[in-house]
Design a protein. Structure first.
Length: 496
C-alpha cells in the first residue's frame, strides 16, 4: 500500500496505468484485479479518501489512476521546502517557443527526487541523475541534454510536455530515491514525451554499505535497460512512417528489431534493411557494424557457411571502423570477425575496446565471454556471460548469454551446471542451436545417455548439418585439448 501511494505521489503529473503499477511495484509479476483493487482502496483509506469521493486518488476511466491533491514536500520536518499545485491544467505552460527535435533520439534526464526527507541525501539522488546523463552521453547515437539544462527543473512541478518542448527532446527519464536506514530504493522510468506514455519502469532495492558502488551499479543497470527501450520506441516510430519516407536511421532501427529476434529469417530481413541503409549512407558506421555482426552470427549458428560470409563480414566491419572508429558496434563486429577467423588476440582487443566505448553493451560483453571461453579462459568467460545477463536480463539475446555461460561451465567440467544453463537458454529460446550443442555434449560427458540421445535429436532438428567434422572445422576453439574435450562429449552422445 505504501509503495503504491508513493508511486502515485511521485507520478502525480500524469495518469498511471495498471501496467505501470504492476511493473514498478510488483516487478512485472502477475497481479490479480482484486489484489490491485484492495491495494488502491487501502491507499485511499490511508490518506482519508475513498472510492466514492476520489478527492485525492482519482480513477480515470479506461486509463488508470492519478493523484490529484496538493503536495507539500518538507525538507526537514519543519518548514515546507516547496509547495506543488495540483497537477493538470493548473500548471502554467511556458511561453518560450518549442525547440525542434534533432535528427536522432533526444533524451533528458530530470534530477531524481529525494524522497528521504533528509537534505543530506540530495547528493546521492543528484549523483544518480548526473551519472545516468554521463553514461547515456557515451551512446553517441543519442542526443542527451546536458546536466545544467535538465537540472533547472529540480524541485519544480512541471508538465513533461513542457520539459520536452523547452529542451527539444522526445524522451524523458525521471525517478526518485528513498533511503531508510541502511537501505535505499531507487525508481526510474522512461517516458515518451510526445504521447505522455510510459515506456519502461523499474525499481532497485540495495544496501548502502558502499554508497558509491551502489550508485555505479544502479546507474549501469538503468542505462543498460534504457538503451534497448529507446531502440524499440524508435522502431515503433519508424513503422508508422510510409515505406518511401524511411531514412537510414529508420532502416537501422527496423533492422535491429529483427536482429534481436535471433532467428535465421529475421537475420536475413535485418541484412536486407541494413543494405538499404548503407545504400543511402555508405559511411553509416553502426549500420555497417550491425550488418557484419549479423553475418557472423548466422554462420556461428550453422545457418550458412562461415567461408561464404567471413570475407563479406570483414569488409563491412573494417568499413564500419573506418567510417566511425568510436562506434562500439564497429569494434564488436570486428571482434566477431576476428574470433570466427581464429585471430583470438585481435578479437579480445576489439571486444575490450567496444566495452570501453560503451560499458553497458551487453552483446559485446556476452561475446567477450565467448571469446575468452574459446581461448580456454573459461572462468573469465563465465563471469563475462553472467555480466551480460545482469546488464540486460530481458534481452532477446539472453538465451545466447546463457548458452555462452553453459559452454564455459562445460570447459570447466561442471557438466550438471552446463546442462542447467543450457536448459535455461532453451527455455528462453527453444530454437537456439548453441544451447542444444552444449546440452548434447555435457550430457554425453556426464554419462546421462537418455538425456544425450534426446538432446542430440533436438540438436539435429535445430542444426541439420551438425557433425563432428563441423564442430572441429567451424567452432573456433583455440586449445586442442578443449576441442577434443568438446568432440568427445558429442561422440559419447552418438554424433558422428
Amino acid at each position: 500500500m505504501f509503495d503504491l501511494l508513493i508511486y502515485l505521489l511521485e507520478n502525480r503529473h500524469r495518469v498511471v496505468s495498471k501496467d505501470d503499477l504492476v511493473a514498478s511495484i510488483w516487478g512485472g509479476r502477475i497481479v490479480s484485479d482484486s489484489t490491485l483493487t484492495s491495494r488502491i482502496n487501502a491507499a485511499r483509506k490511508a490518506v482519508g479518501d475513498s472510492g466514492g469521493k476520489q478527492k485525492l486518488i482519482r480513477t480515470i476511466a479506461r486509463k488508470g489512476l492519478r493523484f490529484v491533491g496538493s503536495v507539500h514536500a518538507h525538507s526537514n520536518g519543519a518548514e515546507p521546502a516547496q509547495a506543488a499545485a495540483p497537477p493538470g491544467d493548473d500548471i502554467q505552460e511556458s511561453s518560450r517557443p518549442a525547440l525542434p527535435l534533432p535528427d536522432r533520439p533526444a533524451i533528458a534526464v530530470l534530477p531524481f527526487v529525494n524522497m528521504s526527507g533528509d537534505q543530506e541525501q540530495e547528493y546521492f539522488s543528484d549523483g544518480i541523475s548526473e551519472d545516468i546523463i554521463t553514461a547515456l552521453s557515451k551512446l553517441r547515437w543519442f542526443f542527451v541534454i546536458a546536466r545544467n539544462s535538465s537540472f533547472i527543473y529540480k524541485g519544480k512541478a512541471i508538465h513533461m510536455k513542457q520539459v520536452a518542448e523547452e529542451l527539444g527532446v522526445g524522451y524523458v527519464v525521471e525517478g526518485s530515491v528513498r533511503k531508510s536506514g541502511d537501505r535505499v530504493r531507487i525508481t526510474a522510468q522512461l517516458n515518451d514525451a510526445a504521447t505522455g506514455s510510459h515506456i519502461w519502469a523499474e525499481h532497485y532495492d540495495r544496501g548502502l554499505a558502499d554508497v558509491f558502488a551502489v550508485q555505479d551499479e544502479i546507474t549501469e543497470a538503468i542505462v543498460a535497460a534504457i538503451e534497448p527501450q529507446l531502440y524499440a520506441a524508435e522502431n515503433f516510430r519508424a513503422r508508422r512512417k510510409p515505406p518511401d519516407s524511411l531514412d537510414a536511421w529508420d532502416l537501422v532501427m527496423r533492422a535491429l528489431s529483427h536482429y534481436w529476434r535471433v532467428t535465421r529469417q529475421d537475420n536475413l530481413v535485418a541484412q536486407a534493411l541494413l543494405e538499404k541503409a548503407i545504400a543511402i549512407d555508405p559511411n553509416y558506421g553502426q549500420a555497417l557494424g550491425v550488418l557484419a555482426t549479423s553475418y557472423t552470427f548466422t554462420a556461428h549458428m550453422g545457418w550458412v557457411e562461415m567461408a561464404t560470409v567471413a570475407p563479406v563480414a570483414e569488409r563491412a566491419a573494417l568499413a564500419a571502423n573506418l567510417a566511425d572508429g568510436e562506434d562500439p558496434w564497429a569494434h564488436h563486429a570486428l571482434g566477431c570477425v576476428y574470433l570466427f577467423t581464429r585471430r583470438f588476440e585481435d578479437a579480445l582487443a576489439e571486444f575490450e575496446l567496444a566495452l570501453r566505448l560503451n560499458p553497458n553493451f551487453s552483446l559485446a560483453q556476452g561475446y567477450y565471454g565467448l571469446a575468452l571461453s574459446y581461448c580456454g579462459r573459461w572462468k573469465e568467460g563465465h563471469l563475462a556471460a553472467c555480466r551480460a545477463l545482469r546488464l540486460s536480463p530481458r534481452d532477446h539475446h539472453s538465451a545466447v548469454y546463457c548458452g555462452i555461460a553453459a559452454y564455459a561451465q562445460f570447459l570447466g567440467c561442471n557438466y550438471d551446471e552446463a546442462m542447467r544453463l543450457s536448459r535455461e537458454a532453451i527455455r528462453r529460446r527453444s530454437d537456439f542451436v548453441g544451447a542444444h550443442r552444449v546440452l548434447t555434449a555435457a550430457a554425453g560427458m556426464s554419462g546421462k545417455d537418455d538425456i544425450a540421445t534426446s538432446a542430440l535429436q533436438e540438436l539435429r532438428r535445430a542444426q541439420p548439418n551438425i557433425s563432428l567434422a563441423w564442430v572441429a572445422n567451424y567452432m573456433p576453439i583455440k586449445q586442442d585439448v578443449d576441442r577434443e574435450h568438446y568432440l568427445e562429449g558429442f561422440r559419447r552422445a552418438g554424433l558422428d
